[in-house]
Design a binder for this molecule. Structure first.
Ligand code: GMT
Length: 384
């Protein structure tokens, strides 16, 4: 492998969400390896430590004008990509989430002409399964994906969904590179952290803690989390912790009140210390309707926390049923609750799944291993 240092542009949504986390971690991982990384985003991504060697940030600013019905983010992004690529001499642009990032990158490449950077588009999930597949976006999403120099997806599920739902020709290569986790941060600890117990009044020492982390969008089915918890706590006293925020948090809070569970449920909102929360958890719940990968489930497994989830989309590739967690049909809250109860009642089974989850995270999804995979892929795409 060449030891050439690259100039990489990265675009992602800077908000609380898996695609932004993955993009940011890749950028920081590459910077640590000596590549110069330029983030081109509407805001500083949440996990980006900006004052770091080889990391640069370029803000995409949209402008209001009385004639414009909406600010033109996609055009402003394409212009910023052109500017950064020109003056920083980028070798490649790695864009995360196809809509509209792959389209802006295509436009930038057309403007730049000869010598333009190569484009790698990483698909993440709803850019294919929900948004990109909508009639209004489908032709432009399919076009922009197939115009990228190379395309990656985090799961086999998403690769095939791109062929099936977007009608991308099956001879167009899509490289499956799984998401990853920093196993030195997301690691098991002995007993729940005191800080965690203090923070969540709903959680009592020596009682199990069920946890859900997400952006509370309808696909996450957060009300199912409450319903599973309601069944479990009737049999075994336990607490429930929610991390994150979003449009369906209101529904989850209302259901908690309706079921009289306020004393046993804690909504922490958006938190930076995800590892600390997971280290204090007993079981992680992810009953999503759509989930191309399920990064939070991997982070839980890395902390030795078994996952009880739905069989949706890419989740069975990450959570191995009966080995690192249990999977049920989407919406089958009774089966999910039965699986949580099994884990809480059978310590030997719990330990087996907890160890297997940690082992899988370390062996298959460890951060540096996947950084090497991306780095090699970058060189391959650039023909180096
Ligand atoms: O596609 C989305 O819904 C957004 C994206 C995000 O930014 O959170 O989530 C997707 O990408 C993550 C990182 O690759 C995956 O872990 C999530 O499973 C995936 N979400 C869905 O497919 C719903």
């Amino acid at each position: 492998m060449t030891d050439r240092k690259l100039r990489i542009g990265i675009t992602c949504y800077p908000t609380y969400g898996g695609s932004g986390v993955i993009a940011t971690e890749i950028g920081m991982g590459m910077a640590k390896r000596g590549h110069r990384v330029h983030f081109i985003c509407s805001d500083v991504p949440r996990r980006l430590d900006r004052f770091t060697e080889n990391i640069f940030f370029h803000e995409v600013e949209t402008h209001e004008y009385p004639l414009f019905p909406f600010p033109h983010y996609d055009l402003a992004l394409a212009s910023k990509m052109v500017e950064v690529a020109t003056y920083e001499k980028l070798d490649l642009l790695h864009v995360h989430y196809a809509v509209p990032h792959a389209t802006s990158a295509y436009l930038a490449r057309q403007i730049l002409g000869r010598g333009a950077p190569k484009i790698i588009t990483t698909l993440h999930g709803t850019d294919i399964t929900l948004v990109g597949h909508e009639r209004g976006y489908l032709p432009i999403t399919r076009f922009s994906i197939t115009q990228s120099t190379a395309v990656t997806a985090p799961s086999m599920f998403l690769k095939h969904a791109t062929y099936d739902k977007l009608n991308v020709p099956t001879d167009f290569p899509i490289e499956v590179i799984p998401n990853f986790v920093d196993t030195s941060v997301f690691k098991p600890i002995e007993g729940p952290s005191q800080k965690f117990l203090k923070h969540c009044a709903a959680c009592k020492e020596k009682e199990p803690v069920l946890t859900h982390i997400s952006n509370f969008r309808p696909v996450k089915r957060v009300e199912d989390v409450v319903r599973v918890f309601e069944i479990v706590q009737r049999e075994i006293p336990c607490g429930l912790v929610f991390v994150g925020d979003g449009p369906t948090r209101y529904n989850a809070e209302a259901l908690v009140r309706e079921l009289g569970l306020e004393q046993r449920v804690c909504f922490l909102g958006k938190q930076e210390s995800i590892a600390e929360v997971l280290q204090g958890s007993t079981v992680f719940l992810l009953p999503s309707k759509n989930e191309s990968f399920g990064l939070a489930a991997l982070e839980a497994m890395s902390c030795g926390v078994p996952v009880v989830a739905s069989k949706a989309e890419g989740l069975p590739e990450v959570v191995l049923h009966g080995e690192t967690g249990f999977l049920s049909e989407v919406g089958d809250v009774s089966d999910m609750a039965a699986n949580v109860l099994r884990l809480l009642r059978e310590p030997a089974l719990y330990r087996k799944l907890s160890h297997a989850g940690r082992k899988l995270a370390v062996e298959k999804y460890e951060f540096e291993k996947l950084m090497t995979r991306y780095e090699e892929y970058y060189f391959q795409v650039l023909g180096l």
